[in-house]
Design a protein around this ligand. Sequence first.
Ligand code: PLP
Length: 405
Amino acid sequence: MERSSLDEQLHTKVSHDTIDRQHHGAVSIPVYSSSLFAFEDHASFDHAMEDVLAATVYSRGNNPTVQFLERKIAQLEQGEKARCFASGMAAIASTLHALLGTGDHVICVERAYGPTREFLGELATRFGIEVTYVGGSRLSDFEHALKPNTKVIYLESPTSGLFELQDLAGVAKLARQAGVITMIDNSWATPCFQRPLTMGIDLVLHSMTKYFSGHSDCLGGTVVGAAALVDTIERRGYMLLGGIMTAHTASLMIRGLRTLPLRMERHQKNGLAVASYLEQHPLVNRVNHPGLRSHPQHELASRQLDGFSSLFSFESKLPVNAMKRWADALGYFRIGVSWGGYESLVTVGTTPPERNTSGTNPSIIRLYIGLEDPEALIEDMNQAWRLVLSEEGVIEELNPIHPSS
Ligand SMILES: Cc1ncc(COP(=O)(O)O)c(C=O)c1O
């Protein structure tokens, strides 16, 4: 079900800036390609060094191009302050590193992005931080996992493999009562479709490599939230760990940002068209897309999301090898990781055992739907199914599922 309730001001927010006399009214912020910023005299240098986090002294701290982007992101997420990093992982790792200490406990959704869990594993084994993984689709998962030393609840809604959601307002309320900081990876929805800070979540993280960039040509990340919390992250690691965003990358991200809502509307339309087609397909067991009525959490999705992006997965009745040949046969879909650019992508894996309801050996296919014409993508899939089904042995492989075919 396509939704059209984008924040009314979103297109205006990304397009409009006040005239910047400091830059001669340039409508595109210049790229401050400078590692350091020099001072007229030593007294003004000394003054700047008194508050180095606020001053423009060195680009590992502040750079005007990056700061411009950070202000735009904060506005879109409705947060007080944002900081940008070299990648999504730099934002995630720096934030967790800044907020956690030995003896603290973290609750994390079990299907959060793999490297995020790996980083938590590193913190656990090397620095004595406790981690509890929870399914996350029930509020009680979090309630039961809370401990007196719980410091952070880490969310990713939806998750990017099986697209399961967490109740953001519910978790935020629970966490506030327990004095726990909540953070969410919001890369899938973008601020166009989900603004967790307005639901009480404390920090929002993004892999800006995905939809923000939109062109598969750079990496970046961000953390957004209340100024005091972002200041802590800044003080405890931004400059020290050094995983900052460069001015050149920021300028690419600003370019991407200008068309973000426009692209997200198109991604939503394309993604739903392909997901609905797959849902009807006889060789498909299920489609994991929160925008479909068949998604077990569709009601929650409709409540907390303003729209649906175009990364989803489906379970095929064909086994993994046949689906890998299907992926090979696709003309428009590239085989590769990541998402958020203009180009459609596909990867094939094995359905996790706990989700395998068919008793056979189904495959799980993650699709990212780009900006192409959805009719062309669907036709592309049709020819790939035909090709795979015409191959020797595939019908026999299917026979246990369809004895009459
Ligand atoms: C859901 C999610 N979060 C975070 C990341 C990490 O972002 P980056 O690759 O920009 O470090 C990724 C990357 O694929 C991702 O898919």
